[in-house]
Write a protein that binds this ligand. Sequence first.
Ligand SMILES: [Zn+2]
Length: 471
Amino acid sequence: MSDDRPAIPDPYLPETGTPDFTVAHYDLQLEVKLAANRVAGRARLEGTVLHRTRRITLDLHGLSVSKVTATGAGRPVKVARSSARRGRLVVDLAVTLDAGADLVLDVTYAGVPSLRQGAWGEIGWEELADGVLVAGQPHGASTWFPCVDHPSVKSTYHLTVTTDAGYLPVCNGLPTGHRRRSSREEWSWELRDPAPSYLVTLQIGRYQLVAVPDDAPQGHPSPAHPAAEGTAPVFLAVSRALQDRAQEVLGVQTAMMACFSRAFGPYPFARYTAVVTDDALEIPLEAASLSIFGSNHLTGSWPAERLVAHELAHQWFGNALTLRRWRDIWLHEGFACYSEWLWGAESGRAALESYARTAWRGLAAQDQDLLVADPGPELMFDDRIYKRGALALFALRQELGAEAFGGLLRDWVAAHRHGTVDTGTFLAHADRHAEAAGLAAGHATRVLHPWLFETALPALPAARRAAVAPR
Ligand SMILES: [Zn+2]
């Protein structure tokens, strides 16, 4: 049903990733000249060879490579040739390496990063009016560093970014250093929890890094329960002009995090940072341990707060538990959409059932031609996956009752935290929980199947019985 081997190549993105090499750690040193939108970088990829080979193919889009060196088991390995073209960096070694061999690749590269075109628009490194944004999902990491760009390859990262004075580069994880170098400034960040390359990011702006106070602002809806264990500090990276407004609107994230850590288990990273760009953004973006919002998302209205909850929920569903194949995107988006409803209910706006009903009516008015568990690459980010994926979870909750379903979710996160997941593994997990709650063997799969593997919209799920005894 499930295995831990990387599913490469992925049929949805066959031109990225390699089955021959996996990366445990990246060390990236990046010099960014903002006016020219020019980068010069050095990337050190510490990894393991997975199949006997003398050729390693990395992802690198639109940047030129001046030097590649290799080290195996502490000794230099001669690089016979390297060439970068069509989104790939091919490194031919002078010797053949066996499966299991350690391999460190050092790549020196430079250029003007360009967006990568996909069925989902332009992805990757993007110039803002006054700074830089990176949107990595699904295949944008290669626009700024050489990598194995596949969600099932999870690595830790150390990033050192030097850029113009007065600008703050914000990356994943924790800031670990800052120094001035004449008219430039150097900042270091470290992500110690493993994440795939698409969830690594760099945001540059005239940002200030400010902590969000632990208490939700006065008058904001907050959950009735006291804050749970397992939350982490929340920070904002925002320009001075937007700082007050951001605190007012995004202060709610501490209460949200408490809500989600009760519902799903401890927040999975050391810190959460919400970046707010001065530019308006069409949609917010998620990255490991941080999210990126546009200035237009600071309205404080429910449609905007819903997105804030959605992005935070991705830290559990998508970032800590990451799909093995892109076709399983509902395991990110369905769960994040369900989390929006959960926050709406917890903060006293509306009952979960009412969100489910609204979503169901919306879906009923649309074409019934999408398979949630295998939508095809073009429809991978179709809104119907979000809503119908959330309804699949809601259907399961209706069968199991809130308490047993809550346990199922927390166990799901605990069992696969910082790992990769697929739909089959989730079905098996749900069946085990349903059986433990007194339902027939295979019952959860029977409930989920029409939502995930059939196109026709199932009926809006009613509560099966109030009396699946909590254990
Ligand atoms: Zn999402």
